[in-house]
Design a protein around this ligand. Sequence first.
Ligand SMILES: *[C@@H]1O[C@H](CO)[C@@H](O)[C@H](O)[C@H]1NC(C)=O
Ligand SMILES: *[C@@H]1O[C@H](CO)[C@@H](O)[C@H](O)[C@H]1NC(C)=O
Ligand SMILES: *[C@@H]1O[C@H](CO)[C@@H](O)[C@H](O)[C@H]1NC(C)=O
Ligand SMILES: *[C@@H]1O[C@H](CO)[C@@H](O)[C@H](O)[C@H]1NC(C)=O
Ligand SMILES: [Zn+2]
Length: 966
Amino acid sequence: MGKVIYVSKNVGLGLLVLAAIALATIIALSVAYDNEKAKKRGGNTEDGATGSTSIPITTPSTPKEPWDHYRLPASLVPISYGVNLWPRLKPDANGLYIFTGDSSVVFRCVKETDLIIIHSNKLNLTSFDGHHAKLRALGEASAPSILRSWLVVKTEFLVLQLSRRLSVGATYVLFTQFQGELADDLEGFYRSEYTDDGVKKVVATSQMQATFARKTFPCFDEPAMKASFNVTITHERGFVALSNGVETGSTDAIINGVPVRVTTFEPTERMSTYLLAFIVCDFVDVDSNLNNRLLIRIWARRKAIHDHQGDYALNVTGPILQFYEQYYNTSYPLSKSDQIALPDFNAGAMENWGLVTYRETALLYDRVMSSTGNKERITTVISHELAHMWFGNLVTLQWWNDLWLNEGFASYVEYLGADYAEPTWNIKDHIVLYDVHKVFAVDALASSHPLSRREDEVNTPAQISEMFNTISYSKGAAVLRMLSEFLTEPVFARGLSSYLNTFAFSNTVYTDLWDHLQQAVENTPSVHIPHTVHDIMNRWTLQMGFPVVTIDTRTGSVTQQHFLVDPDSVVERPSEFSYTWFVPIKWMKTGVEQQQYWLLQKTDTHDMMRVSGEDWVLANTNVSGYFRVNYDLDNWDRLLSLLNTNHQALSIINRAQIIDDAFNLARAKIINTTLALRTTKYLSNERDYIPWESALKNLNYYILMFDRTEVYGSLQSYFKQQIQPLFEYFKTITANWTKVPTGHTDQYNEINAIGMACSLGVKGCRELIQSWFGEWMENPHLNPIHPNLKSTVYCHAIALGGVEEWDFAWKMFKNATLASEASRLRAAMACAKAPWLLNRYLEYTLDPTKIRKQDATSTIQGIAGNVVGMPLAWNFVRARWSYLFHTYGRGSFSFSNLISGVTRRFSTEFELQELMKFKEDNLHVGFGSATLALEQAIEKTTANIKWLTENKAPVMKWFTEESTRQ
Ligand SMILES: *[C@@H]1O[C@H](CO)[C@@H](O)[C@H](O)[C@H]1NC(C)=O
Ligand SMILES: *[C@@H]1O[C@H](CO)[C@@H](O)[C@H](O)[C@H]1NC(C)=O
Ligand SMILES: *[C@@H]1O[C@H](CO)[C@@H](O)[C@H](O)[C@H]1NC(C)=O
Ligand SMILES: *[C@@H]1O[C@H](CO)[C@@H](O)[C@H](O)[C@H]1NC(C)=O
Ligand SMILES: [Zn+2]
């Protein structure tokens, strides 16, 4: 599936920083990136912790009856379906939106059985002679009669008890007729609404992954139950019907006195139910023809298409498809490629085969209103979804336990496809920030879990949806990238192509890919690996976490150790590999790339890594491996002095890596905190985005811990002196802020520069922001602020302003017609400094006419991210717990973020006591989906108290010395 919308780590950071006003800069970026990088479900975590929630290992108890199991029995396999659907876009007499339909499924019996068990959920089935379905045989044999039929709500099955057994090898047809609700629940066949010139419009659309096809029609709803689908859709005349295949015909009819049109689609290829899509809408499209063989269409609301918002997506789709055809060495498997932007959509996008669905912000690009971040998001999301057209759709994993391979793969190659479409962006580097560093944070917890799970550990729909987490997406991407790097890209691509060709239209387990990659290695004499692909990768997929590799350049000793960010945490999960890995280490000595070295045990010696004098060693070049690196102090000193004298001797990614590794090694008490802080000294000479972004993300923790203490003053003056040159640099290259920087990432770093400079009080910054915002207030119809800078400018202007600025923002928020504009304003209003404004805003979250329910918890979190708002939000949450719990507490992801968001600064004994008391006082109410977050909040507060005790004095001393030394 695509990527998510739940508040992501980036958003979390964004809002926090935003409100902290220390670094409000990142925001714009964060907001720009929020959705694109927020991966399905797991992306909801702001600090990663809840993303690592492990699925408890269930003891497979044996239920008595086959229909009590969540998995289908292996007795019947579908061959093809005929599915006819008729969604009503107007409510019936009871105000209910419904759809009706029928389905015939042709299936073969492969194991004798007198039961038919097929998925069906929330459908009202028509009764035929008192049964839920009709059965007939194809061919000579006659079908048994149905004795009894019933629905099992818990396991979402329709069960038919037959009079005698079905014969092995025989085929049958099961016919059902049904009525379902076209609800606005974003699941299965559902309803999305929007307004067009004040007129309410209704769209019928679908989201089947993972287990919602069964809510649309009775089906064998498991990914390995591939079949071909003959679809027709009945709809109002004047509307468009879309599905996976090309429309083959459209006829007018009158059904029950209603004039309708019936659209028929070509039969699909053999495919999984979770990839089906059905849409009826009044949208229009822009299209093109790739090499006269492939129809490419981008669909959206009429107005969006007329405003050319689909043009950019259309422009990049062709090149991206061509890239994958060449990379996979397999042509695009279908006869058309539709992509559609929907006003309501839960995930970021969904890779339905031939009809990909997106939320509007992930597909539509507006030349005037969209930021560079919006554009990058569109490119990478399209690239991600199109990667699935082969990997995932043509060849599909057998079961959801291997989801990480599907999503990890798409999350890796999305950068390759996007790079092909936008070669000037250097987008391949971004995987280090947005996937590798992001998932390091989650995977360094003792509560993390391995990528791969046993099939029998994943059964229920809830367990399936838990698979869509940061570990699956980002760690999957990181280890596959590492694999591709050590095999070399041509070998990786050859193995991949052979895998896709062998298993086209069928299903696999992850080891099938390892086998084909191994073949490719064996056919390439120039590539040597120390163990099989299988054995190397087992270490990375079957045990959680990753190593920190320590290189002692005085002796050449190289060791590895399981990296845990909290050294006092206890790892309870055993590993058959004792937490050691086969680590491919790309490295350089004094600027010269060396031959890759494999660390195959816990400790080793590599004489080449012994250096002296001025020589230095840098390992994990381009962060191509999934591990952190530590060195002896002398080598650290040499690397730091290189940064200070000639930072460009190291690649951009490795500059970012040194900072991120050092800060995390310090958190884990492996190195001294002052060593981590020293990695920021060279930043006054740094102009590139990736190292700055890495530093700001790490600095964020310091801000949270210190912005209420006396350390903050010296922290501010130190970073003010570091950021000033960057601010001046952008002022120059933008000709005094009148131009947009040409470089793609320069545009991001300009946002960092302005945001940081304003937070820290660099001369000229606040005046600049206030003048832009003032101009807009003067003339609300003409916003002079560049879209890239809006989030940052809004936040700072509101923080510096008073009630007038706030009320203006509120008015603009209420009038906003573009979703991303509304969300920028909503975030910025949490930046206010006046407690009464913040309290009033908190109250607004209780009134759905002011703040929509879906935005309430993230608004409270935003306010908590503001150092002034934090205690207000905490009081608010405590006072309103019962209301919040009853309104949002059941299964909402943002709900658990509420607790982690509000308590993120907690670092005193007093706060810990308050937190414990809160837990005690509300035991009778409960904590719902925030239960784990509450436990983690207590654990983290304890850890923060400890960290502060140990680090406050030395950090204060360091900042003070560094900021007075000029
Ligand atoms: C679907 O269409 C194909 C080709 O026209 C046909 O062979 C098959 O029987 C159809 N399946 C159903 C269930 O209608
Ligand atoms: C299904 O049947 C139930 C019980 O009769 C009814 O309440 C519900 O509205 C029906 N749903 C639809 C979509 O017709
Ligand atoms: C799409 O491509 C056309 C033709 O190259 C170009 O003129 C247009 O500016 C592009 N549109 C966007 C939004 O990039
Ligand atoms: C960290 O380094 C500083 C400066 O080099 C030193 O004063 C301090 O004692 C060190 N702290 C620890 C815990 O080693
Ligand atoms: Zn995906």
